[in-house]
Design a protein around this ligand. Structure first.
Ligand code: KG4
Ligand code: ZN
Length: 338
């Protein structure tokens, strides 16, 4: 059977993204329009993001169809990310997708944003099969998810307070390094000593698979407040490497321990923080030591994009799991988890 085409949208934060993927996980086009307008504010302005999504989404959709040389008649389903995300931004993408689905009488597939990050792995590795354990680490979330099948999954651990990505971002802000902080700390840390200062690791108990980063954030603040600016400047790479090590260690240990205890052969790393070079290599080697394979998406697919939304919609399309047109952007009954 010929693969079907899915038109997918992602607008959960500050990137407007449109993609077309086929049901064999092949990406025909994957466009992202970022919003540099937020840079001067040192973070994302939600209202500005929604308005920019509104002016971008139509043009980007037309560009995606043109670049892929695909007409709307060839599309089999419309996919869009919902919860979690900035509510105004999500509503723009969802309303646009609903309009298209209604106008063209196409099935509407809504995809949890974190779930879509996990399925970015399928684009690079379409041969992957469940069961597997996924570690999703993004700006606002840190979750361990056990997939029994592609559509039957359970959250087995999550952060009790702050997220790993947020800890990278706040640390970079305290160090005056800019936003988003993850990529900056990642690069800087390559030239530093991760044992320069030992920051606390959250929830170290063996049988605890949740994460906590609020203590680490406070500890970074307390540590930096006691130091002279010159000392901080001359030891920036080692300070960055030490904070990074404290963020990564619990992620790696807990993920590999859970997977090993439950005899899982594969770990999928996902989310913006999955771009972190130290996390990738530490998780890969810790998993390999237990005979577990570790997968992570290519760098471009770690960031918010719509191809991953299309990929996550494939199992739902195959299973006929469609959304009604009255679905809302926070349809998971108020939960913030996957
Ligand atoms: O998944 P994402 O694009 O947005 C959310 O859905 O939250 O993740 C953004 C997060 C930011 O916190 C950013 O600092 C972090 O991913 N990030 C990184 C790296 N690249 C992006 N963190 C650590 N190392 C990186 N190389
Ligand atoms: Zn994301």
């Amino acid at each position: 059977m010929n693969p079907e085409l899915i038109l997918a949208f992602e607008s959960s934060c500050d990137d407007t993204a449109v993609a077309i993927v086929d049901t064999d996980y092949k990406v025909l086009v994957n466009l992202v329009s970022s919003q540099p307008q937020h840079l001067e504010f040192g973070g994302i302005l939600p209202e500005l993001a929604s308005r920019l999504h509104m002016s971008n989404i139509m043009l980007l959709t037309e560009a995606a169809l043109t670049q892929a040389n695909v007409s709307l008649e060839q599309i089999s389903a419309v996919a869009v990310s919902i919860n979690p995300g900035l509510i105004g931004s999500l509503i723009v993408g969802l309303s646009f997708a609903k309009g298209l689905a209604f106008g063209r009488q196409l099935p509407l597939i809504t995809v949890n944003h974190l779930l879509s990050h996990i399925f970015a792995n399928l684009i690079d590795h379409p041969e992957l099969e469940a069961p597997f354990l996924a570690l999703v680490v993004s700006g606002g979330h840190t979750e361990l998810v056990h997939f029994k099948t592609f559509i039957d999954f359970e959250v087995v651990g999550k952060t009790l307070d702050d997220a790993a990505g947020e800890t990278f971002d706040k640390t970079a802000k305290l160090l005056g390094l800019g936003f988003p902080g993850g990529p900056i700390i990642d690069k800087l840390a390559r030239g530093g000593d991760p044992e320069f200062h030992i920051f606390p690791r959250g929830l170290k108990q063996h049988d605890n698979f949740n994460f906590s980063y609020s203590g680490l954030k406070t500890s970074v603040l307390t540590y930096l407040s006691a130091l002279q600016p010159d000392y901080i400047q001359s030891n920036l790479p080692s300070i960055a490497a030490s904070v990074q090590a404290a963020i990564i260690e619990p992620l790696v240990k807990k993920t590999v321990r859970w997977a090993a205890q439950h005899q899982l052969g594969s770990i999928l790393l996902a989310g913006g923080v999955a771009a972190n070079s130290a996390l990738r290599s530490a998780l890969e080697s810790a998993a390999a030591a237990k005979g577990i394979k570790c997968f992570y998406p290519s760098l471009q697919l770690c960031m918010d994009n719509a191809a991953m939304v299309g990929a996550a919609a494939i199992p739902k399309l195959k299973a006929g799991l469609f959304s009604e047109l009255d679905v809302n952007a926070f349809s998971l009954k108020g939960t913030k988890t996957i």
